[in-house]
Design a protein around this ligand. Structure first.
Ligand code: TMP
Length: 203
């Protein structure tokens, strides 16, 4: 089972990563936690570059997919083949939301890259943490300097959010919207309900 977490920066997905891992391990499943951009040695180097160095929007998109190509090859496919549950903090929906919605690249360009890099692989389930960008921005950690995406203005994040919501409509069977304004307990209840149903159909 391949699960991804998505949402605008500060929408709250990170607070639930460990909980999700435990949800599966307590049911006897092996879990592989990973993230994008990143998840491999090369991917983490590309992450450092793309989060901190100014670049053209197309370079940004190509780096995201280059990191993803490596991630799929080295981590995602082997783990799925071994029967593990793969939980990735972001995947291709983020490219459509940020590089198309946020930066304005045509979706068709990203669709070409998606087809190139993983024509035959999609997440089984995606949790989209949805939150108004104004509130999400307030929640961002002030413990470290913001990266290139976190430094973007509210209108950028509003476009990212809108693009995510359009994808959730387009892929309604896969993408579940989680209301990021709810309490941690309420969110976990919602996650459990979706996971229980997903496990019944999948395993
Ligand atoms: P994170 O803060 O959730 O770790 O994600 C890093 C940033 O990278 C986040 O601001 C979203 C951005 N991103 C993209 O712009 N495109 C992508 O394809 C991915 C995976 C992430």
């Amino acid at each position: 089972m391949f699960i991804t977490l998505e949402g605008v920066d500060g929408a709250g997905k990170s607070s639930h990563l460990n909980w999700l891992e435990t949800w599966f391990t307590s049911r006897g499943r092996q879990v592989r936690m990973t993230r994008e951009p990143g998840g491999t040695a090369i991917g983490e180097q590309l992450r450092e570059m793309v989060l901190h160095q100014p670049m053209h929007a197309e370079t940004e998109a190509l780096i995201m997919f280059a990191a993803r190509r490596e991630h799929i090859e080295q981590v995602i496919r082997p783990a799925l083949a071994a029967g593990e549950v793969v939980i990735s903090d972001r995947f291709t929906d983020a490219s459509f939301a940020y590089q198309s919605g946020g930066r304005g690249l045509p979706e068709a360009r990203l669709a070409v890259l998606e087809d190139w890099v993983h024509a035959d692989l999609q997440p089984d389930l995606t949790f989209l943490f949805d939150l108004a960008p104004e509130i999400a921005a307030q929640r961002l950690s002030s413990a470290r300097a913001p990266d290139r995406f976190e430094r973007e203005q509210t209108d950028f994040h509003a476009r990212v959010r809108a693009a995510y919501l359009r994808r959730a409509e387009q892929f309604s069977a896969r993408i579940r919207i989680i209301d990021g304004s709810r309490s941690i307990d309420q969110v976990r209840l919602q996650l459990s309900t979706v996971l229980d149903a997903a496990m019944e159909t999948k395993v």
